[in-house]
Ligand binder design. Structure first.
Ligand code: ATP
Ligand code: MG
Ligand code: MG
Length: 549
């Protein structure tokens, strides 16, 4: 990725100028394995890996797995797959915060020995009450004065399993009157008799994020710990821990915050995405309507398009809402370059070209994607399908598609004229009869004849049947969806399944993941549910770009 110049890089440049971090720049991407990655994580991945690339440094992949109740190996696997797919590598620098549980425990003991941490018996509720408010200083815990010896003994017994969940915690001893509530003796270890997906039953105490994160960064010799804005208030604690555990200020990691990505018509928090999955509103984490990386991949987004989106949105320090049209613009630009063109009729009606010889079939050459020399050949014969919406029986004057007595050009083929229509007993049109102008094909004597409309079509003989899934946004556009009850904003029409679509024969062997431009319709991708003879396509995005620069 090529990130635009931004305040994070300015800060790094300053650090380097001031002689800090002489051993090079080192970042990390630290997902908690409690769900699948989403497009917001893609932004963080691009910033962390992109920054390391820019400074010829390194970026670690670190699983922040300190909360065993919500974590699972399924997520560990999907996260690796998604980061790789986005185009980033970590070589041998994949770590787990749980690998540091012993070291983190030792750091906690060291804090106790330095008189900077104590075991507290207050309940979670009491701790909250004692903490005070923005306008009111907190109250010191009655356990704050415990001796170092007693604290060491109690902490060891916490580790051994002598106490029940919630009975005791370890707290940093900082300042109950601090204007920053995070600094009012934060909890740094809690008891949780829960099996961990990697350490099993070895531990029944687990470090809190605010304790584990700076120390994991320091252990890995990370220089710049880039995170989202909601951690700004935690930065003094980050620094306090490193300072009080004796890490040198010229080399210890530094936290820098940026604005998280929010997208219109989407929610992004994993908790909400999980709710969508568990309630059955979507088919899974990789449902093509989901803002997950696996959802976008299945839908037909390319890694390049997501990376160029991350470059385009830039890195800023104030929160904002990005129009999803911008992401669609990026995938459209990318697929325009890489997707083969084919014709597909989503809602077919049969057309018979009555003066075209029966049994004849010719192969018409058709253009492929821009700059591609590989042409394809589309079989043309007497019976074809066109889009039902491309015909109108009583059409207004400005309707330039097919109508009684009207003429249109069939893409790559001839000009046809509608002579009559056939209806069933209920009055539905079931067939359109036309004649064709045999000289109007490319190279023919009337090829230059102007008609207003050009239609896509597929030959009846040899075309493929397909299911096509059309997607709309999962959520109605509500700027506050992250705050309000987003389940009320669900768009009931986010999925439309068309069962009887007809596709040009060229797509017969297309494997899942293959992308096409269906002429006049948009970009489509073969779904993982697809099989030969049973094709399934996802609409990635329509052709019309609604993103205003
Ligand atoms: P969520 O609230 O969705 O669960 P999280 O921040 O708890 O997100 P983590 O797995 O801890 O999820 O995130 C890993 C990294 O990705 C963190 O550094 C986090 O700041 C960053 N990140 C998460 N969501 C976004 C977002 N919407 N935009 C940018 N970065 C994000
Ligand atoms: Mg997190
Ligand atoms: Mg979270």
């Amino acid at each position: 990725v090529n990130l635009l110049p931004n305040f994070i890089h300015n800060a790094i440049d300053d650090d380097l100028k001031n002689g800090k971090y002489a051993d090079g720049i080192h970042t990390r991407f630290p997902p908690e394995p409690n769900g699948y990655l989403h497009i917001g994580h893609a932004k963080s991945i691009c910033i962390n890996f992109g920054t390391a690339q820019k400074y010829n440094g390194q970026c670690n992949l670190r699983f922040d797995d300190t909360n065993p109740t919500k974590e699972d190996v399924e997520y560990v696997d999907s996260i690796q797959e998604d980061v790789k797919w986005l185009g980033f590598t970590w070589d041998d620098r994949m770590f787990y915060a749980s690998d540091y549980f012993d070291k983190l425990y030792d750091f906690a003991v060291e804090l106790i020995k330095r008189g900077k941490a104590y075991v507290c018996d207050l309940t979670a509720d009491e701790i909250r009450q004692y903490r005070g408010t923005l306008t009111e200083a907190g109250t010191e815990s009655p356990y704050r004065g415990r001796s170092i010896e007693e604290n060491i003994d109690l902490f060891e017994r916490m580790k051994k399993g002598d106490f029940a969940d919630g009975q005791k915690v370890l707290r940093a001893k900082i300042d109950m009157a601090s204007p920053n509530i995070t600094m009012r003796d934060p909890v740094i270890y809690r008891i949780s008799h829960t099996r961990h997906h990697r350490t099993g039953d070895k531990w029944c105490i687990y470090p809190m994020y605010d304790f584990a994160h700076p120390l994991s960064d320091a252990i890995e010799k990370v220089t710049h710990s880039i995170c989202t804005l909601e951690f700004e208030e935690h930065r003094p604690l980050y620094d306090w821990l490193l300072e009080n555990l004796g890490f040198d200020s010229n080399s210890r990691p530094r936290q820098i915050e940026f604005a998280r990505l929010n997208l219109t018509n989407m929610v992004m928090s994993k908790r909400k995405l999980r709710q969508l999955v568990e309630s059955g509103c979507v088919s899974g984490w990789d449902d093509p309507r989901m803002p997950t990386i696996s959802g976008f991949r299945r839908r037909g987004y390319t890694a390049e398009s997501i990376r160029s989106f991350c470059e385009l949105i830039g890195v800023a320090k104030s929160n904002s809402l990005v129009d999803i049209a911008m992401l669609e613009h990026c995938v459209r630009e990318d697929l325009n370059k890489r997707a083969d063109r084919i014709m597909a009729v989503l809602n077919p009606i049969k057309v018979i070209i009555t003066n075209y010889p029966e049994g004849k079939c010719e192969y018409l050459s058709a253009e492929n994607k821009p700059d591609s020399s590989a042409a394809r050949y589309v079989p043309f014969s007497r019976e074809i399908y066109i889009e039902r919406s491309d015909f109108m029986e009583s059409a207004p004057k400005k309707f330039f598609r097919l109508k009684p007595d009207g003429e249109v050009r069939l893409k790559y083929a001839y000009i046809i004229k509608c002579t009559d229509i056939v209806k069933d007993a209920d009055g539905n049109i079931i067939q359109i009869n036309c004649t064709y102008d045999p000289d109007s094909k490319r190279g023919g004597s009337t090829a230059g004849r102007k008609v207003k409309g050009t239609l896509h079509w597929v030959p009846l003989d040899g075309c493929l049947n397909a299911e096509v899934r059309l997607y709309d946004y999962l959520l109605n556009n509500d700027e506050n969806a992250e705050q309000t009850d987003f389940m009320k904003e669900l768009n009931p029409a986010s999925l439309t399944v068309l069962q009887n679509c007809k596709i040009e024969p060229a797509a017969a062997w297309a494997a899942p993941g293959t992308k096409y431009q269906f002429l006049r319709q948009g970009y489509f991708c073969v779904d993982k549910d697809s099989a030969k003879g049973n094709l399934v396509f996802n609409r990635v995005v329509g052709l019309r770009d609604s993103w205003a620069k």
